[in-house]
Design a binder for this molecule. Structure first.
Ligand SMILES: NC(=O)c1ccc[n+]([C@@H]2O[C@H](COP(=O)([O-])OP(=O)(O)OC[C@H]3O[C@@H](n4cnc5c(N)ncnc54)[C@H](OP(=O)(O)O)[C@@H]3O)[C@@H](O)[C@H]2O)c1
Length: 281
């Protein structure tokens, strides 16, 4: 039996503990987001992954605050809230985006703030980072990281930064294993956060996933999530359904055997579900 649980955390390079499992809120309308975040928190999720781009930072923050206020023993610090910078438009624009995200969520601080993608070129990427470092200095952001960074972008940032990134959030699932990015991140103490961990439902009927589902008595979705967790990827499935939010969290009572993990690793086919900025200039 695995020792992992829904509240398991890992420790980032700055000493801050981050939950290993959470809810992604991409493509949720405002009302869907309020409900989904509330259901997730009730179910024990402690990490919420939002973004400027998703246009639901207000609803995410409001649902968290309401849940904290109405739940005995709960506190703001028991929730890990993530947001992301939509685009790299320079130092001043990044400062403005950070302030807007803070105002919208109303949570007082953001636990983790990511550059959403490397698009825009080196100078603008590094300007975004500088503004984010200053937000850490002033205490309004606790940890900073990147998303969709390829190896070139990670090396560029490590060469230039004052505060090193804690996280790279990339699409990671058995059909997209990104082993080069994963290795470089691990070598540099950057944790991986897996977006699209359910492959957006596009591989639920793959014969290997179906056979693992039967073997372990779990749904294809649960098998995919468990694979990511066992690779130590912070895993953030999205769902607007209460039943599926609950189902996705019931992945802590199985352990995929090492040989089955290898079979799943071998499914890699560079399968892109959404976008792939990892090779941007
Ligand atoms: N950094 C980035 O560039 C980036 C890009 C994409 C996503 N993300 C983050 O990663 C999160 C997750 O990724 P994602 O939204 O792309 O996709 P995903 O989590 O792989 O898949 C979500 C899809 O699976 C369905 N689903 C959820 N649970 C299910 C279950 N148990 N059984 C069957 N279907 C299920 C959902 O439908 P229902 O909602 O109807 O249940 C939805 O259509 C996002 O919400 C976002 O926070 C980040």
């Amino acid at each position: 039996m695995s020792a992992l649980s829904i509240t398991s955390t890992l420790t980032l390079r700055n000493g801050i503990k981050m939950p290993r499992f959470g809810l992604g809120v991409y493509e949720m309308s405002g009302q869907q987001c309020t409900k989904s975040v509330t259901w997730a928190l009730e179910q024990g999720y402690r990490l919420i992954d939002s973004a400027e781009w998703y246009e639901n930072e207000e609803e995410s923050g409001a649902a968290i605050r309401k849940w904290v206020d109405s739940t005995p023993g709960a506190s703001r610090s028991s929730i890990f809230y993530v947001s992301k910078l939509k685009s790299n438009r320079g130092y001043q624009a990044t400062k403005s985006s950070i302030q807007e995200s803070l105002d919208k969520c109303g949570l007082g601080y953001i636990d983790l703030y990511l550059i959403h993608s490397p698009h825009s070129g080196k100078q603008k990427r590094l300007e975004s980072w500088k503004a984010m470092e200053e937000a850490v200095d002033s205490g309004v952001i606790r940890s900073i990281g990147v998303s969709n960074y390829g190896t070139k972008h990670i090396r560029e940032l490590l060469d230039a930064c004052r505060i090193k990134p804690c996280i790279n959030q990339v699409d990671l699932h058995p059909f997209m294993t990104r082993t080069d990015i994963v290795k470089l991140c691990r070598d540099n103490d950057i944790h991986l956060m897996a977006w699209g961990p359910l492959v957006r439902g596009e591989k639920f009927d793959h014969p290997v996933i179906v056979s693992m589902s039967k073997k372990y008595g779990k749904s294809p979705a649960q098998i995919l999530l468990r694979w990511g967790l066992q690779h130590d990827f912070i895993t953030i499935p999205k769902s607007v359904s209460k039943d599926r939010i609950i189902q996705n969290s019931q992945v802590f009572d199985i352990n995929i055997e090492p040989e089955d993990m290898k079979v799943m690793d071998a499914l890699d086919e560079y399968f892109v579900t959404d976008w792939d900025p990892t090779k941007a200039d």
